[in-house]
Design a protein around this ligand. Structure first.
Ligand SMILES: [Ca+2]
Ligand SMILES: [Ca+2]
Ligand SMILES: [Ca+2]
Length: 364
């Protein structure tokens, strides 16, 4: 007020409004639309009668509308009675591997710079970082192909597990490797096998791996090393066997199991026989040659129970059978009638000369 006898005094305001910029939280997980807020707070009521405005810009490596969305527009406005304004952001998830990305909010000068300032001078700036959760290994575990998982050992004593994955090692996403573990969904490097070659039965889990922060889930393949059956080793049979009804002249039967050793489960069959009568393979695989024709008998042992790709093993043995009674039912020697029988003088001819082949009797 001024007038006669009045003096005007101007009260110089010496209060400065101070803005403080905060952000919560400092980092955001990329997926799941996580949210963060930049909060600009004024420590005193704005009593200037005019709203003070604070412009801001958002920069950083994250892209607005791609990596995040923002709620609010520049400038923030502080009329009297308003002490805080928020700028809210929300992440926009994706599946692409990428670096962690920043959202940087930088304040401009308040509209009334003589009365308002910041606590973060000279750079009134806060950063929120979006933590990427995608890795170059991708999200899809290796696909197991239809290759047979049983092998025959021997000859196959080692298996390259990579041959059981579609695309093999070369099919791993760029920057990752096809790795194996005996643990499903491995998460540590220590759980990985040193290489893809295995020599033992087991269930092995394929994973695309970069490091302990970047890997896919796993898919299993179960490898079985099958041992091939064996028909064993032939031992020398007691040849010849006798076909006589009495064992006085020699053995006339044997167990076929005595002519091989080391065989796995299997069965004997009769192959070729010299006569018209096929001998019977009895209990204990015993064969009697009593009354059988003289000659060679072939028997075959075939294993059972081979698991693919193994196949059953086969071995054949020849048993020689003879008439061991050299005295019984022999045919009289044949006379050789071509030898001279009439002589005019003394002779020294042997009577054996009159026998075909000059055969000698077989000793009994
Ligand atoms: Ca992104
Ligand atoms: Ca993601
Ligand atoms: Ca991403």
């Amino acid at each position: 007020m001024s007038g006669a006898g009045e003096v005007d005094f101007t009260i110089a305001d010496n209060d400065i409004g101070t803005f403080t910029l905060a952000r919560t939280p400092a980092t955001l997980a990329e997926d799941g639309a996580a949210t963060a807020s930049f909060a600009l707070t004024l420590d005193k009521s704005n009593a200037t009668g005019t709203a003070v405005t604070v412009p801001y810009t958002i920069t950083g490596t994250a892209a607005n509308g791609v990596d995040y969305s923002v709620q609010g527009t520049s400038p923030m406005t502080f009329p009297e009675g308003i002490f805080s304004q928020n700028i809210n952001i929300a992440t926009i998830g994706d599946t692409g591997p990428e670096p962690n990305e920043t959202i940087i909010l930088t304040l401009g000068n308040p509209s009334n710079a003589t009365k308002f300032s910041y606590t973060q001078m000279p750079v009134a700036q806060r950063t929120v970082t979006i933590i990427d959760d995608d890795c170059v290994a991708g999200d899809t575990p290796p696909t197991i192909n239809a290759r047979a998982t049983g092998v025959c050992s021997p000859p196959t004593t080692s298996v390259n597990l990579n041959t059981y994955v579609v695309g093999a090692a070369a099919g791993a996403p760029t920057g990752s490797s096809l790795r194996w573990s005996t643990t499903a969904n491995p998460t540590t490097a220590a759980a990985l096998l040193p290489n893809a070659n295995v020599t033992a039965n087991g269930t092995y889990h394929a994973v695309y791996w970069v490091d302990e922060t970047c890997f896919t889930g796993s898919n299993p393949v179960t490898i079985t090393f099958n041992t091939p059956p064996s028909a064993g080793t032939l031992t020398a049979p007691a040849n010849p066997l006798c076909n006589n009804t009495s064992t006085d002249f020699g053995v006339n039967s044997l167990s076929l199991d005595t002519v091989i050793s080391g065989q796995t489960a299997g069965a004997w069959t009769v192959g070729s026989v010299p006569g018209s009568t096929t001998p019977t393979i009895g209990a204990g695989n015993i064969v009697s040659f009593e009354g059988q024709a003289v000659g060679d008998y072939v028997f075959t042992y075939t294993t059972t129970g081979a698991v693919t790709p193994c196949v059953d093993d086969i071995k054949s043995v020849t048993i020689e059978v003879d008439d061991c009674d050299k005295c019984a039912a022999k045919v009289a020697p044949s006379l050789d009638t071509s030898v001279q029988r009439t002589f005019c003088d003394d002779i020294t001819t042997s009577l054996n000369d009159y026998i075909v082949g000059n055969a000698q009797p077989v000793p009994c």
